[in-house]
Ligand binder design. Structure first.
Ligand SMILES: [Zn+2]
Length: 294
């Protein structure tokens, strides 16, 4: 009995145990837990056989990494899970590794394009230079969720790790694994390439949590090819770049329209309109004048 109990516990992903305290902070995290606890717990005997009847699809899903926080295992759509984390409450302490062997740099290449916003678009990953055919390693252990060809990413693989983090490897020339297969940190997953929307051989590498991109520089020191720390603290600050990259919105002034009317229409204070447009109480608006409202 003790043996069975231990097995049940060992199948609760470490991420949940580590995050439990933070999850009681209320708001968004509490919702995740509520859903998780509604899921029937999985019970296995010492041989790993399900105790409650025949294995169902749901049971096997329960064994995928961090199913408790995702409640979703989509092997077709790369971006199938997206929750607004820019307003999340509290902090999630994500244990990245136990030892240094639990991380492997995907490829030692120079950064040719960094994570960030430029020329009207956000680059949600980091680009590393490589030669076609260079081996690409899994950064952490986990299970391949996606292994397919996509028009934009080319040959792409997404690995969900046991702590809930997902890493994405794009533009590969070859994929060695298919979805559902478990990989270890440092396992050769595929070969570097130039497939999909790519203008030269490189690895486009993304880190995401619950579908939301995390700046890989928060986790990895790309100059030295090492982790920055054993833990990653995820809070609304992690996703604050979303607020920074919010698109500017302009309103074209109509005849007889006042700043007060525009303020009401877009639900933005007049003070903010003054600030965003360098206007003052004395300014007058002309017809067709663009007024930034966001
Ligand atoms: Zn890229």
């Amino acid at each position: 009995m003790t043996k069975n109990l231990l097995l049940v516990i060992s199948f609760i992903p470490l991420s949940l145990l580590a995050q439990k305290n933070n999850f009681y902070g209320g708001g968004y995290e509490a919702n995740i837990l509520e859903r998780n606890f509604n899921e029937k717990p999985i019970r296995l005997n010492a041989d790993g056989i399900l105790l409650d009847g025949k294995p169902t699809e749901k049971d096997s899903l329960g064994l995928t990494p961090s199913f408790d926080i995702y409640a979703n295992w989509d092997t077709r759509n790369i971006h199938s899970y997206s929750k607004d984390l820019s307003r999340m409450e509290g902090e999630i302490d994500l244990a990245l590794v136990k030892s240094n062997h639990d991380y492997c740099h995907p490829i030692n290449g120079i950064v040719t394009s960094d994570f960030g916003y430029r020329s009207g678009k956000h680059h949600y990953g980091i680009d590393l230079r490589l030669k076609i055919g260079d081996p690409i390693f899994s950064a952490f252990g986990g299970v391949i969720r996606i292994s397919k060809y996509s028009a934009s990413y080319g040959n792409v693989m997404v690995v969900r790790h046991d702590n809930g983090l997902e890493t994405l490897y794009a533009h590969l020339s070859k994929r060695h694994f298919s979805s559902g297969q478990r990989v270890k940190a440092g396992q050769k997953k595929g070969l570097g390439g130039n497939t999909g929307r790519s203008t030269g051989p490189h690895l486009h590498f993304e880190c995401r949590y619950l579908g939301k991109p995390i700046n890989p520089n928060d986790i990895i020191d790309f100059q030295n090819g090492v982790l920055k720390g054993k833990h990653l603290s995820i809070s609304r600050k992690t996703f604050s770049y979303f607020t920074k990259i919010k698109k500017k919105v302009y309103h074209s002034t109509k005849k007889g329209e006042t700043l007060y009317a525009i303020s009401r229409r877009y639900d933005v204070s007049v003070t903010n309109l003054f600030k965003m447009n360098g206007l003052s109480q004395k300014s007058t608006l002309s017809v067709g004048q663009p007024v930034r409202v966001r």
